[in-house]
Design a binder for this molecule. Structure first.
Ligand SMILES: Cc1cc2nc3c(=O)[nH]c(=O)nc-3n(C[C@H](O)[C@H](O)[C@H](O)COP(=O)(O)OP(=O)(O)OC[C@H]3O[C@@H](n4cnc5c(N)ncnc54)[C@H](O)[C@@H]3O)c2cc1C
Length: 496
């Protein structure tokens, strides 16, 4: 009889873990507390509009890369999946003129030099920094501890040969880095790539990957991407249990032997358990705080060095065909917005006009991701009253709308939907610590170490999820899921 693997959480990591475990011949059950799979990689419908809640750019859309192989194996991408690679990554309209940041680095270099010859030295260095990440192809074959050193050497050599970004950028955030440019146009364009609180290397990484033709958008977006993975898992004979919250991992004689289900107080026994949930959920809830983990504790204790990314997500539904508009535009509203202790000054608005599966005729969504860590404030409002919480969301939506209308006045009369998700929303749906959607992004001051994927002192428990793999995101969550399944297959082989 096949051994049984239970996976907790049906985000990207849990689904990849489930699929690879099935492929290795295990009986697999995935338990997911939400009514749908996907976790942070999701989308939802409001007033006839589809709001995509995740993918801005996806590593692994390029054929031949390791991550692409995972997406293919898991059914998330197939030969039929249309991929859209934006030629213009960001746009700003400055003093009446329109400027772009391109995926083609030569074009970007020329455009930047034309707009600001005074920044020539910085522009040249920027392009060099980006090129360091251009050919990065994550090693996905097996967990690093099982990698043959003869395979590791060429990999390390390739990384070394690609060069390292400038030393000074190692310790900078994106905001600090872009402030070195004299031109406001360049600063605005570079601010549209990633939340600017992130380390500068993530900016180079993103632009490097995208300039190499990876980092595209899969047609249909995040929801369809995850549904295809669920289909693949079920076609392989895996059992998916949505609306089912795991409230504990049962430990007997230092081994994980099953899980407890919250909804009906049931216990499910298993030979192996994969946790594909947030680190706080695993340590504080599922393991009841009884099994500390040095790796995670070090990270929770130093958020300045291991960034936990969270924020609010504001979407607008516009009753218009915006096909001719750019895809990602810098916006600076008239006045900053004060959200409790956080001051928001500017943002980039993503216009979902590039995928015909989403932009259906006269209906287009615009969405803005605002970085803020005010979950306690949102919680206090919600506890005060639903009205207070909704009123603050509305105030935020109005500020965002005002900023966008300043750039595109013609859409004002056509806005027929607005929707705000706060860190509290992310927490409610994904049970992540403080509503974080990317966790433990390491600054330049700390090592970019990976969690070993097992829990010392508890046999048969394996840990996946983006929290185990800096700096998180879909591809690394997926690799963590694959490695968890491979570690179990290896452990089983040893026993057999
Ligand atoms: C707005 C936004 C934009 C993003 N853009 C990008 C992007 O462009 N590119 C990119 O690579 N990444 C992006 N990300 C990040 C990406 O979504 C995450 O890195 C990834 O989805 C994390 O996957 P995961 O499986 O590790 O965790 P999660 O997605 O958090 O999945 C964990 C799952 O476990 C479930 N769960 C938790 N506790 C329990 C329990 N006790 N019992 C049962 N189930 C439980 C949760 O409901 C959830 O479904 C973005 C995220 C957001 C929110």
């Amino acid at each position: 009889m096949s051994k049984k693997v239970v996976v907790i959480g049906a985000g990207v990591s849990g689904l990849v873990a489930g699929i690879y475990s099935r492929l290795a011949g295990f009986d697999v059950d995935i338990f997911e507390s939400h009514s749908i799979v996907g976790g942070n990689c999701t989308g939802w419908f409001r007033k006839g509009y589809y709001i995509d809640g995740c993918i801005q750019w996806l590593t692994g859309t390029k054929k031949g890369t390791g991550v692409h192989e995972i997406w293919q194996t898991c059914g998330a991408l197939s030969g039929d999946t249309q991929i859209y690679n934006a030629e213009e990554i960001a746009t700003t309209i400055y003093e009446g003129r329109t400027y772009h940041l391109y995926s083609d680095l030569r074009k970007t270099e020329q455009a930047f030099l034309a707009v600001s010859p005074d920044d020539k030295a910085e522009i040249r260095k920027l392009i060099k920094n980006i090129r360091c990440f251009q050919n990065l192809n994550a090693p996905i074959e097996k967990p690093f501890e099982d990698m043959n050193k003869w395979k590791l050497i060429p990999l390390l050599w390739k990384i070394l040969r690609s060069g390292k970004p400038e030393k000074k950028t190692e310790y900078m955030t994106i905001a600090e880095y872009i402030s070195e440019f004299k031109s406001p146009v360049i600063r605005q364009l570079l601010a549209c790539v990633f939340p600017t609180v992130m380390p500068a290397y993530t900016l180079f990484y993103c632009l490097g990957i995208r300039s190499s033709g990876d980092g595209g958008w899969p047609a249909g977006g995040s929801l369809a991407f995850m549904e295809r993975m669920q289909d693949r898992f079920e076609e392989l004979g895996g059992n998916m249990h949505t609306n089912t919250t795991v409230d504990k991992i049962i430990i007997k004689e230092n081994a994980a032997v099953g899980i407890g289900i919250k909804e009906d107080d049931r216990e499910v026994l298993a030979d192996y358990i994969i946790s594909a949930v947030d680190a706080d959920m695993l340590l504080s809830k599922l393991l009841e705080g009884k099994y500390p983990d040095e790796y995670f504790e070090e990270r929770f204790a130093a958020p300045q060095d291991y960034l936990l990314l969270t924020g609010s997500y504001v979407s607008l539904g516009i009753a218009a065909d915006l096909a001719k508009y750019p895809h990602n535009v810098y916006v600076r509203p008239e006045k900053p917005f004060r959200l409790n202790k956080t001051e928001l000054k500017d943002f980039n608005v993503k216009i979902y006009n590039f995928d015909p599966e989403l932009a259906k005729g006269e209906k287009t969504v615009m969405a803005v991701l605002l970085t803020e860590d005010e979950i306690d404030y949102w919680k206090a409002l919600k506890e005060k009253s639903d009205h207070a919480y909704k009123a603050e969301k509305e105030r935020l939506a109005n500020w965002v709308t005002g900023g966008i209308v300043k750039v595109f006045p013609e859409i004002e009369a056509k806005i027929e939907m607005s929707n705000v998700a706060t860190p509290l929303t992310f927490h409610r749906y994904c049970h992540s610590y403080r509503g974080t959607y990317m966790s433990f992004i390491p600054s330049g001051y700390v090592k970019k170490q990976v969690h070993k994927g097992v829990k010392d002192g508890i046999k048969n428990l394996y840990i996946a999820g983006q929290c185990t793999f800096p700096a998180g995101g879909l591809p690394l969550a997926a690799i963590a899921g694959k490695f968890a399944a491979q570690r179990i297959a290896k452990a089983e082989k040893k026993k057999g």
